[in-house]
Design a protein around this ligand. Structure first.
Ligand code: SAM
Length: 318
């Protein structure tokens, strides 16, 4: 069916993200010693604009995530929805910023692939085994569940099924919880993504949501981006890509969140530690800044908090 074709195309996007991140790290934009185990070769050259865009995305998301972990002193959970082949678990372990438990959800076929890589690459499996205390480690073809890391195969559009699986693997609704969606909500209808955002707000009393996605797509440049997604058949009709930053904030505030912020990636880029930005800008020559500006303007990070425990989550910002 059309839906199956679309889902297959959506699943393929996780390789794009990993391939681009792998290339940017090979150029020195940031360090990720684990990504090589998920994509073997560095692959073909990517334009400097693309590399800088991925730098802003990864550093921007990491900045907010780390700020949440520090505010909660790691006495929290992280749930990465549509995590694909993301390597954040290993980064947090190496940086002594591990939450009580790190969950990931993606389609079962993606999860099986990720687990296969983990099982066959000791640098990936070692940190999981090291942080596990008993002999009950679950690591078969489709499931990974350890004390600190759990990967679940589920469809994010079926919230009750996902919730059941998360609870089966000891999701604790009383712990401060961070939910991350990095380039994921765009593959759902507005009502499906709002449903997910509302579910998080209703499930946890103290929580933060970080979302990275396209924004401001109503102009010519945005239309070309949308056409590219449609050509690859990974976008269903009815996705609200025109979303302004105000609408992104509103989507949270209408769904049970106390505070919400949204910034386009030009702004995020300008707020990242400028010494490091200066360093990466010297890595590759950029012909003219126009394309980078266009690109950064059409992506955004939005985040929202609710804070019954009064940890000061609303202060988390760039
Ligand atoms: N978050 C990762 C990153 O930024 O590197 C991967 C991003 S990739 C563009 C989108 C991911 O979301 C894919 O791995 C895809 O399988 C997953 N995804 C999209 N829709 C989903 C759904 N309905 N259920 C589960 N996973 C989904």
């Amino acid at each position: 069916t059309d839906t199956d074709t679309a889902d297959e195309a959506v699943r393929a996007t996780c390789d794009d993200a990993t391939i681009c991140k792998r290339f940017a790290t090979s150029k020195g934009y940031w360090k990720d010693p684990y990504i090589q185990y998920f994509v073997r070769s560095v692959g073909e050259r990517k334009a400097p604009e693309i590399n800088r865009g991925y730098y802003a995305r990864v550093q921007g998301v990491n900045f907010l995530l780390d700020a949440f972990l520090k505010k909660t002193q790691c006495n929290c959970q992280v749930i990465n929805l549509g995590a694909g082949l993301d390597t954040t678990f290993w980064r947090l372990k190496d940086n002594n910023l591990m939450p009580q438990k790190f969950f990931e959800v993606d389609f079962p076929t993606i999860v099986s692939r990720k687990i296969h890589y983990i099982k066959t690459k000791p640098p990936l499996s070692k940190p999981i085994i090291e942080t596990h205390s008993t002999d009950s480690l679950l690591l078969d073809a489709h499931n990974l569940d350890s004390d600190r890391y759990c990967i679940i195969g589920a469809d994010l559009r079926n919230i009750s099924d996902m919730e059941e699986k998360l609870k089966k693997f000891q999701l604790n609704t009383e712990l401060p919880t961070l939910v991350l969606t990095e380039c994921v909500l765009v593959y759902m209808t507005p009502s499906q993504s709002s449903g997910l955002i509302r579910w998080v707000a209703e499930t946890f009393h103290t929580a933060m949501f970080i979302n990275y996605e396209q924004a401001n797509m109503c102009d010519r440049f945005g239309q070309v981006m949308i056409e590219n997604l449609q050509r690859r058949q990974c976008m269903l009709a009815g996705v609200d890509t025109c979303q302004s930053l105000d609408l992104q904030k509103e989507r949270f505030l209408r769904s049970g969140w106390e505070h919400a912020s949204a910034l386009d990636m030009i702004t995020v880029y300008s707020m990242l530690p400028q010494v490091d930005v200066g360093r990466i800008e010297r890595l590759e020559f950029l012909d003219e800044g126009e394309l980078l500006q266009q690109l950064l303007q059409h992506y955004s990070i939005s985040w929202a908090t609710k804070d019954k425990l009064r940890l000061g989550l609303s202060q988390v910002s760039f």
